[in-house]
Design a protein around this ligand. Structure first.
Ligand SMILES: [Mn+2]
Length: 280
């Protein structure tokens, strides 16, 4: 992958430029956001990145090439959006893979923008989600929220194409024409080689909404929908994408604290680690 000019030695070091942390090179870099950005739908989950660390922090610290920058320090959703974008950009410029743990799904937009600003190629935006988040039931232009941000990504051309996996909500099933550049795949089996053939070799940004998982197995999600993917199928899918595409960054959102022994946090962090596993 080519990087923007500021990465070249001849351009570097300007006194105002932040040096690239060498510890990030080639690493999976976790980043949290504990503030809700723009929740229109579902149960609020502020503080979820701290919760996920409490449940799955050991998994991160025991992964040799992973590190955790902690949560962005922000006093408002606007500040959080800006911080996520800046830090994601820095991670990508340092040749790391950003892995965001956020509250509402809107935060994904910000990480995608940070990644795009640091790269000379537009990724495919792949998101696992029971909902399409296209804002098709909202007034025109009302897209900056967790039920419309994918419509914003399409409208602003922030991705080469957009691919939903696991859409099953009522809106997702309505026979309304889908926007150009958008695909929704309902995986009925695990023949990923044929289902994902069109993604092979492409640069991806992958976003996981916890509600893609089977509600019976993982009920602790902000916008529950009956049915869904098994946890085993989701991780198999993540492994396929990591092996056959170039995953440049990923995120996780819309999870609630565990009400039983489902341990969605640990499973979903494993999915982020699977996605960011680079062939050595
Ligand atoms: Mn959703």
């Amino acid at each position: 992958m080519n990087f923007p000019e500021e990465r070249h030695a001849s351009e570097a070091p300007r006194s105002s430029a932040k040096p690239k942390p060498p510890s990030q090179q080639g690493r999976r870099v976790f980043l949290g956001c504990d503030l809700e950005i723009s929740r229109r739908y579902g149960t609020p989950n502020a503080g979820i990145a701290i919760y996920v660390r409490a449940k799955a922090g050991t998994l991160i610290s025991q992964t040799p090439d992973a590190c955790d920058l902690g949560s962005v320090q922000a006093l408002s959703p606007g500040e959080a959006l800006h911080a996520i974008s800046q830090v994601t950009r820095d991670i990508v410029l340092g040749d790391g893979i950003p892995l965001l743990i956020a509250c509402d799904h809107t935060a994904s937009c910000s990480a995608l923008l940070g990644l795009v600003s640091a790269s000379d190629e537009l990724p495919v935006y792949v998101y696992f989600d029971a909902h399409l988040d296209l804002g098709r039931n909202c007034p025109t232009g009302d897209l900056v929220h967790n039920g419309g941000f994918v419509g914003l990504i399409l409208q602003e051309n922030w991705a080469e194409q957009v691919v939903n996996i696991g859409g099953r909500s009522l809106m997702a099933r309505l026979p309304i024409p889908l926007p150009r550049g958008f695909t929704s795949l309902a995986l009925s089996n695990e023949d990923f080689d044929s289902a994902f053939a069109f993604l092979r070799g492409k640069p991806l940004y992958v976003s996981i909404d916890a509600d893609v998982l089977d509600l019976a197995r993982m009920p602790d999600v902000c916008c529950p929908e009956p049915g869904g993917m098994s946890p085993e199928s989701l991780i198999a899918c993540c492994n396929w994408l990591a092996r056959n595409c170039r995953v440049l960054g990923a995120d996780l959102s819309e999870l609630l604290p565990d009400t039983g022994n489902h341990d969605g946090a640990t499973h979903l962090v494993k999915c982020l680690l699977a996605l960011s596993e680079r062939a050595s």
